[in-house]
Unconditional design. Structure first.
Length: 156
């Protein structure tokens, strides 16, 4: 497993990967990880996140290798269907998974998403439209949503 750090407008991001793909993308307060890597997945992730923050990328094309339960994997896959600049409720994801009573479980799986930004858990909001929990902090969630609104129609 290799690590890489990326300074971003929202603070330092630490990315971990192996030959299988990206395992995690987290906001961190400090990191001793290098800023460059020869591992292709790390280099690609760093570049795609840089492009995202510059408003030049709306979709990620990365090999993902996060580990989680079958249900977590299903929720994370559902998160990837939320379009750039759009939001969705936990209840809507539970419906999408044909399990409408699993709203709390969807929230828990969303909160355990190890691939911040790339698997867009920041796009999930409360049923009443309110910003709800985000592992990176609500201020980052708000910034990401506003960033996507700003660039949502800039790319073809």
């Amino acid at each position: 497993m290799q690590q890489l750090q990326l300074p971003s407008p929202l603070g330092l991001i630490e990315i971990t990967a192996s030959e299988q793909g990206i395992h995690s993308i987290y906001f961190v307060d400090s990191s001793s990880a290098p800023t460059h890597s020869s591992l292709a997945a790390l280099a690609a992730c760093k570049q795609q996140l840089t492009d995202y923050f510059a408003g030049q990328r709306q979709q990620f094309e990365l090999p993902l290798a996060a580990t989680g339960t079958t249900f977590q994997q299903q929720v994370w896959a559902a998160l990837c269907t939320i379009d750039y600049g759009q939001t969705c409720s936990y209840a809507a994801i539970a419906q999408q998974l044909d399990n409408p009573k699993a709203v709390r479980a969807v929230g828990a799986a969303n909160g355990r998403n190890p691939l911040s930004i790339v698997v867009p858990c920041h796009r999930v909001i409360g049923a009443n439209g309110s910003l709800t929990g985000y592992a990176g902090g609500l201020e980052r969630k708000l910034w990401l949503l506003e960033h996507e609104q700003k660039y949502g129609f800039a790319l073809s």
